[in-house]
Design a protein around this ligand. Structure first.
Ligand code: PLP
Length: 395
């Protein structure tokens, strides 16, 4: 007999397959409408089976965050991989070059020292290594200053074993946008900054053989996809990742063109947790609640879940208090310690010891990285348990 979600030992990571399916198709529809390639970032699910589903749905290839993830995905048959991230170290440079001999692989750079190491590693390699230069368009994380990109591209282009495929940026500063208009304005600023660099440096870009030598101009991010942000001509690729599963932080963008409740409908992954204790109700006091009141003691009302920061992470969500939403009860995880999530305030008394609750996490990607298994579900049934193959592949 099929296993039921309610019978799973907790805390458990559950993933609703119908919702993932809808999310993947929503992503493809957006990319199609905007005339760009969708190259989903697989850091969210870290799983070759979902990566394959994304390619089957129409993705041009996948992204990974780490060489270990790239190797794992290549082993699993994913043959077009971009790592929008930089590495340093001769061993890692050699692994990047080795990947390019096995699959269609590209890696990011934003510093001449990285280029020098990749160039040395690629000497004598049969297939050149494709390189994308990361541009800082305002996120102040990785990324070269726009004024330094031409020189980086020139060095890549002149290195015998490297090819300059294009430029990319990550527009993380769109996340705190106030509303859709603000999101569009922020995203447009990122697009204009990246396009200005792409246009000014075209002479130094080999481009993409598959696109007749046209440069790849690539941006990331899920909010822009969910809120259907318009893209300017010249952007060729989007790399959202979180949209496959979504989370509490993305709910407001998922509902940007509809209702908040619709945003929650797009959330495919939840942490299933048990209510292990309720404190402050009549049942929790051996002497009865009345006794506490007679003693004049404040009733320490709270419900306690068996999911703490080691299941939900401590990440906060823009626009939300607390550490996760009990979607079926409208309650918030107010406090966390490693193994405990505490729900307090009005409404907690709706929870009973032994209840199993679905917690929509603030930020799904690091949550997935905490679980070795995800349970794929349809409705109340568990369809399959799959390994989170990329879990902990940080090197
Ligand atoms: C370089 C890069 N590209 C793409 C993405 C995907 O963006 P999102 O998490 O908004 O889906 C990320 C996310 O961190 C990223 O760092």
């Amino acid at each position: 007999m099929a296993q039921r979600v309610a019978d799973l030992p907790t805390p458990a990571l559950i993933v609703d397959l119908d919702r993932v399916d809808a999310n993947l198709h929503r992503g493809q529809a957006y990319a199609h409408a905007q005339g760009v390639d969708l190259r989903p970032h697989t850091k969210t699910h870290k799983s070759p089976s979902f990566a394959r589903a994304q390619v089957a749905a129409g993705a041009a290839g996948i992204c990974v965050a780490k060489l270990g993830e790239a190797e794992m995905m290549a082993d699993a048959g994913l043959d077009d991989v971009f790592m929008p991230n930089t590495v340093i170290g001769t061993d890692k440079a050699a692994r990047a070059v080795a990947l390019a001999q096995r699959v269609r692989f590209a890696i990011g750079v934003d510093h001449p020292a990285q280029v020098a190491q990749l160039e040395a590693a690629a000497e004598g390699a049969t297939t050149p290594l494709a390189v994308m230069v990361e541009v800082d368009v305002g996120a102040r994380r990785g990324g070269a200053d726009p004024g330094e990109v031409a020189e980086l591209l020139r060095r890549v282009r002149e290195a015998a074993g490297l090819r300059a495929r294009g430029v990319y940026a990550y527009e993380g500063f769109t996340y705190p946008a106030r509303d859709r208009d603000d999101l569009i304005a922020r995203h447009d600023a990122a697009q204009r900054a990246l396009l200005a660099v792409a246009n000014a440096t075209r002479a130094w870009i080999d481009g993409d053989g598959r696109r007749g030598g046209a440069p790849v101009v690539s941006l990331g991010s899920t909010p822009s996809l969910l809120a259907a942000v318009p893209l300017r001509a010249g952007i060729t690729e989007m790399r959202p990742g979180t949209f496959a599963f979504n989370d509490l932080q993305q709910a407001r963008w998922a509902s940007a063109t509809g209702r908040w409740e619709d945003g929650l409908e797009h959330a495919a992954a939840h942490v299933l947790a048990s209510v292990v204790s309720v404190q402050g109700d009549a049942a929790s006091s051996p002497a009865g609640a009345g006794e506490l009141e007679r003693q004049g003691r404040e009733r320490p009302w709270r419900a306690v879940l068996d999911a703490g920061s080691k299941a939900l992470t401590s990440d906060l969500a823009v626009g939300h208090e607390g550490h996760g939403l009990l979607v079926d009860h409208g309650l918030t995880v107010a406090r966390l310690s490693e193994e405990h999530g505490v729900v307090e305030g009005p409404g907690f008394e709706r929870l009973r010891v032994g209840d199993k609750v679905r917690v929509l996490m603030n930020h799904v990607c690091p949550v997935v990285n905490l679980f070795s298994v995800m349970y794929l579900v349809r409705g109340d049934e568990v369809v399959e348990a799959v390994a989170v193959s990329g879990r902990g592949l940080l090197v």
